[in-house]
Design a protein around this ligand. Structure first.
Ligand code: ZN
Length: 168
């Protein structure tokens, strides 16, 4: 696997080769802008909090309240939202402080709504399921029908950013 496809290592060879081809032909941005033409307007922590609380109240009303909801410049996307989660160790290592925080990498200030939605759904699902197991992904899909497709497209977008920069 080429390092260009590091965000897609869990996907099939056929998906990887399609993305590799788009990368080589420089058509990733066209693909992404065709599906997700515009960015959302959630640009600060207060707007993010409203966005998250609305989703949480709709799907996970009974789970514990979130003490802090914010964008975070220091979060590295791949460690926190894309399968190599630090949630468990963070909770174990600093139980009281970090238990009910929901942080979103600042990268998501300027993405299509679908990508922000997917990350927030992912983080909210961790309120109930700590591990990335079947129940976790079922909950994600319950909150967002096309969760898996959007996660793939987000990973394609990260591939685009690394190669050519942001497009929104
Ligand atoms: Zn996770």
């Amino acid at each position: 696997m080429s390092n260009d496809l590091k965000y897609l290592s869990a996907y099939s060879p056929s998906v990887q080769s399609q993305v590799q081809q788009m990368l080589a032909q420089k058509t990733l941005s066209k693909y992404l802008l065709g599906k997700y033409p515009t960015s959302h307007n959630i640009s600060n922590d207060k707007m993010l909090r409203d966005y998250v609380v609305t989703l949480k109240n709709h799907y996970l009303k009974k789970s514990a309240p979130l003490s802090q909801i914010k964008f975070d410049d220091k979060i590295h996307i791949i460690n926190n939202a894309l399968g190599l989660h630090t949630y468990v160790s963070r909770v174990q290592g600093n139980k009281l402080k970090s238990k009910n925080e929901l942080r979103v990498a600042s990268l998501f200030k300027n993405t299509p709504d679908a990508f922000l939605n997917m990350i927030v759904v992912h983080e909210l699902a961790h309120l109930k399921e700590k591990q990335h197991n079947k129940a976790f992904y079922q909950l994600c899909q319950h909150m967002m029908n096309d969760y898996h497709q959007v996660e793939l497209d987000l990973r394609i977008y990260l591939t685009q950013i690394d190669a050519f920069g942001t497009i929104y």
